[in-house]
Design a protein around this ligand. Structure first.
Ligand code: NAP
Length: 164
């Protein structure tokens, strides 16, 4: 889902899908994902950035832990938008109600992988949209990430755009 600090593909339809899905909702992201945004903050959304090294950023609210961010947001639909570190913590701690995953066709380079196991991919899921270059899948109540060598082989063609 990531390569050299960016996204390994450029698919405008996927950006539009991401925009439609998250617009009007708070988005929580890691500091590296914030730095990777071509235009920031993401407009029409409350931008929340997690960092242990900075306390303030132009256009974003910064929190030192995921728990602090989530408790400040209260009871609303929150989208965790990456990157790998944030997805890994949220899935491992079972904080995620739903994963909205764009499965990109083709082979792409990747140094940051989405941390769900192949078993998760094969379990309860539904195909919600089909585009020329990607499909959108949803998973409810994902069972969490297992940190194992097996996970290291997840195809780098898989990414999540949003989950909340
Ligand atoms: N394909 C997609 O849809 C998609 C979506 C998002 C991102 N990406 C890609 O993923 C890559 C970035 O992912 P990444 O895993 O390297 O980094 P990341 O999760 O975006 O950010 C990591 C940084 O966030 C901060 N952080 C993370 N968890 C924290 C916590 N619990 N409490 C406080 N701070 C926390 C730390 O910042 P400090 O170092 O400041 O402490 C950490 O170094 C990029 O290549 C990006 O383009 C892809």
């Amino acid at each position: 889902m990531g390569h050299q600090g960016g996204i390994p593909w450029h698919i405008p339809e996927d950006f539009k899908h991401f925009q439609r899905t998250t617009l009007g909702h708070p988005v929580v992201m890691g500091h590296a994902t914030w730095r990777s945004l071509p235009r920031r903050p993401l407009k029409g959304r409350r931008n929340i950035v997690l960092s242990r090294t900075v306390t303030g950023l132009d256009g974003a609210e910064v929190f030192g832990t995921l728990d602090a961010a989530l408790s400040a947001l209260g009871d609303q639909n929150v989208f965790l938008i990456g990157g790998g570190q944030v997805y890994r913590e949220a899935l491992a701690r079972r904080l995620v109600d739903r994963v909205v995953l764009s499965r990109v066709k083709g082979t792409h380079p990747g140094d940051t992988l989405f941390p769900m196991s192949e078993a998760d991919y094969l379990s309860d899921r539904r195909l919600v949209a089909e585009y020329e270059r990607f499909q959108v899948w949803e998973f409810d109540r994902p069972t969490g990430v297992e940190i194992s060598p097996e996970n290291e082989t997840i195809s780098s063609t898989d990414t999540v755009t949003t989950h909340g």
